[in-house]
Design a protein. Structure first.
Length: 182
């Protein structure tokens, strides 16, 4: 399933788990691009910090070529096999104007439960994952088109979030929804 929604308790590992999963895609898939969006840049950077914390000093560190802090955190993976893959961590503020020119394979919307207009943002996110990308071995591969939405369980979570959770019943081939306890 390429559409994943996770509502979980505080400290349940949603951000770390998603970050490490997408880091693995970056380290193993040629020319893979991932973007993490969150309501604020600070919140998005938490995933960047989690990936770095779990990578530095461990075997996975060898896949990281370079990190960039500004204008937004970025982790670059590079090898002869994958070419250059990237993880970018941005804010969904300002109606996500900063992502309009972006194209990639996968996106995550972190702490989506506080975004009352998140359904509009999801439509914009889906349109960013299109086309094919050249690979180092020659030729092209299609974009993965994977999107995840993760959030804590807020009492005031917007209706669009619960509607997305329920899509796993009507479209189980494409949607996966999970509730995770702390």
């Amino acid at each position: 399933q390429r559409q994943i929604t996770v509502v979980g308790g505080v400290g349940s590992g949603k951000t770390v788990g998603a970050g490490l999963s997408y880091a693995t895609w970056c380290a193993t898939t040629p020319m893979f691009k991932f973007m993490n969006l969150a309501p604020t840049g600070w919140q998005s950077k938490l995933m960047y910090e989690a990936v770095m914390r779990e990578s530095i000093g461990r075997e996975f560190e060898r896949f990281i070529f370079k990190t960039i802090e500004r204008p937004y955190p970025t982790i670059i993976f590079k090898s002869d096999y994958i070419g250059e893959s990237r993880m970018e961590f941005m804010s969904a503020a300002d109606s996500a104007e900063r992502i309009q020119g972006w194209e990639g394979d996968a996106m995550n919307l972190d702490e989506a439960g506080v975004l009352m207009d998140g359904d509009w943002l999801l439509i914009m996110m889906v349109t960013r994952m299109r086309g094919n990308v050249p690979v180092p071995q020659g030729g092209f591969r299609p974009r993965l088109k994977k999107m995840s939405v993760i959030t804590a369980n807020y009492d005031f979570a917007p209706p669009w979030l619960w509607a997305r959770m329920d899509k796993m019943y009507s479209h189980p081939k494409h949607f996966l929804s999970m509730q995770v306890k702390s």
